[in-house]
Design a protein around this ligand. Structure first.
Ligand code: ADP
Ligand code: MG
Length: 376
């Protein structure tokens, strides 16, 4: 019989919720690339992938995550396994956030927004919210629900309202109950999914994009959709609960030193790096359970997400990566951010998928690895 092991929770302040981390590898976009250089990253199982170790060609690096979505994974599968289960919490006054991280071109917008034929997390999540509200309203008459949206972007550490594009940088505040609020941000009530669609599509076109060497229309801002569900008791004492769901398409995580940006672009890059760098510190603090201050206040993005990332909130980060060699260092960096654990396997990266479990080399901790120099 399996032995039970008692695990003592560490003493001290209440542990905050982990951020679940999923990784999605997109397929090759060009068959020619696939034939040319071959793979540098591939999936090994539902939680594991391996990449070439650039420091030592006789080794591969294996990473483990909460979920790994391979290049065959569909939009439906990503939604079902990484997002769907957090939606019901929004109808119970809890907060949640889903964000797509990764270099430009790796599939963040495909994952979050998708296309008409392959809708992504955003349309699926919003449909699910309306579906759940309808079911709840049908099954009981104690509570009334109202759904609404806000849509904003953080560009160059400025908070801009995408539903009111002429507005200026908006402040981020905290109310007495520690809810994060943005005074002046447009909140649009929604009656249905098609109502959402009608407001969201034109607002998406307001997003700031600029061309860089890496991508013609690289998104250099964080696009943040907020879906708010307010639940009101019909009879006295008319209790009220608010649940917030943030759906975030982050700016590209690529190393901006390689994009050849100058001047204003370089300033943007610095600001983007501050927000993403702070996000990585926040996620790291939450996931390693490091005691002490979580640095939410160090960037606009993390300050905004403070009540919906960690704490009692439900959070999922989908790290998008690309298979091509030209993305290798950005993939490596993104995986080091996303990984729960990493180990070095003492054998060269090969195309075959069969693996002997006995030849695993000594396991090194992520801290030791990272202390060994970033290498970029
Ligand atoms: P990002 O937003 O991270 O810059 P995109 O979502 O724009 O990247 O993806 C880059 C290109 O790859 C787009 O043409 C997109 O349609 C395509 N793409 C990304 N992920 C997938 C996928 N899983 N399956 C098919 N095509 C994808
Ligand atoms: Mg994009």
């Amino acid at each position: 019989m399996a032995q039970r092991v008692a695990v003592n929770e560490p003493a001290g302040p209440k542990r905050t919720a982990r951020v679940r981390v999923a990784v999605r590898l997109r397929p090759y976009m060009d068959k020619q690339d696939e034939k040319g250089e071959g793979l540098c990253v591939r999936g090994l199982g539902p939680q594991t992938l391996e990449i070439v170790n650039w420091r030592n060609a006789t080794e591969t690096l294996q990473y483990q995550f909460d979920v790994f979505h391979g290049e065959q994974s569909t939009q439906q599968e990503v939604f079902l396994s990484s997002v769907k289960s957090i939606i019901p919490h929004i109808l119970n006054g809890q907060n949640a956030s889903v964000f797509a991280y990764g270099p430009t071109g790796a599939g963040k917008t495909h994952t979050m927004l998708g296309s008409q034929e392959q809708p992504g997390v955003i349309p699926r999540a919003v449909r699910e919210v309306f579906q759940l509200v309808r079911t709840q309203v049908k099954d009981q008459d104690e509570w009334e629900f109202s759904v609404g949206m806000s849509y904003l972007e953080i560009y160059n550490e400025k908070v801009l309202d995408l539903l009111s594009p002429s507005s200026q940088d908006l402040p981020i505040r905290e109310d007495k109950d520690k809810n994060i609020i943005i005074p002046g941000l447009t909140h649009t009530p929604l009656s249905s999914f098609s109502d959402f669609h009608a407001h969201f599509v034109p607002a998406s076109l307001n997003r700031t994009t600029a061309s860089t060497k890496l991508n013609q229309r690289s998104s250099r801002s964080h696009a943040i959709l907020l879906i708010k569900v307010v639940k009101c008791q019909c009879a006295p004492p008319h209790r009220q609960q608010t649940g917030k769901l943030y759906l975030v398409d982050l700016a590209g995580s690529e190393d901006n030193r390689r994009t050849g940006n100058q001047g204003i672009r370089l300033k943007e890059s610095g600001a983007i790096n501050l927000s993403l760098f702070t996000l990585s510190k926040v996620v790291d603090c939450l996931n390693t359970g490091t005691s002490g201050r979580v640095p939410y206040r160090d960037s606009k993005l993390t300050r905004l997400l403070q009540d919906s990332l960690g704490g009692s909130a439900h959070s999922v980060m989908i790290t998008n990566i690309a298979p091509e060699y030209k993305y290798y260092f950005d993939t490596f960096t993104a995986l080091n951010f996303a990984a729960k654990s990493k180990q070095i396997i003492n054998r060269p990266f090969v195309r075959e998928t069969v693996m002997a479990p006995t030849n695993a080399a000594g396991k090194r901790s992520r801290e030791e690895q990272d202390a060994g120099g970033s290498g970029e």
